[in-house]
Design a protein around this ligand. Structure first.
Ligand SMILES: [Zn+2]
Length: 197
């Protein structure tokens, strides 16, 4: 079995992830269980990678004057629990026990306000470029670990475009859902087999 870099969650913290604190969160409503993963894409400026601007944006530290696009998002206070960079590096901005501000107005299986009960994962990417294999690998490891830590997630994994279809298009047509689901089930199978042996 391949060693997973992100095999454990402790008190809402993903072990193995780089920790950067975002102020953009609040408490989940009382008695709300985590039961959904929402997958997004983001790049700042759009379709450009690296530079650290997403990290600055989620910390409310982005210099809006650096790029015309930044001015269109000026003052927005958003976050995600996790960001997976093009290299596969995983950054955690918000503790899973807290409510990150990633989904906005949204609804999943007739349940509104997905931020209340979901974990938001951003992939550094765009709607018009393929994602990197390192990103799928990290995503699979992370999702597998989150499904174990928060069993109510089960197979409730949605794209932002699924829960806010009129407003959002991400993770976009280049996010390969069949590949992701295949890799996730293969990873689970290999884990199960290694236990059986
Ligand atoms: Zn999104």
């Amino acid at each position: 079995m391949q060693h997973s870099k992100f095999a454990q969650v402790e008190d809402g913290v993903l072990i193995g992830a780089t920790q950067i604190a975002s102020p953009n969160f609040n408490v989940r409503p009382d008695g709300t269980d985590i039961q959904l993963i929402v997958i997004h894409n983001i790049s700042l400026p759009p379709s450009q990678f690296g530079g650290g601007y997403i990290q600055q944006f989620f910390q409310n530290k982005l210099d809006w004057s650096l790029h015309p696009y930044f001015q269109t998002i000026e003052g927005m206070q958003v976050s995600a629990h996790l960001l997976i960079l093009r290299t596969g590096e995983v950054i955690q901005f918000v503790n899973f026990n807290d409510r990150s501000w990633h989904a906005g107005r949204s609804s999943y299986l007739a349940q509104k306000e997905c931020n209340d009960y979901s974990i938001g994962i951003e992939l550094e990417g765009s709607d018009d470029l393929p994602f990197e294999k390192e990103q799928y690998q990290s995503l699979v490891e992370v999702v597998q670990t989150l499904q174990q830590a928060y069993p109510k997630i089960q197979n409730h994994i949605a794209g932002h475009s699924d829960i806010a279809p009129k407003r959002k298009t991400d993770p976009g047509p280049f996010f390969d859902w069949p590949l992701f689901r295949f890799q996730l089930s293969a990873a689970k199978l290999s884990k199960k087999t290694s236990f059986d042996l």
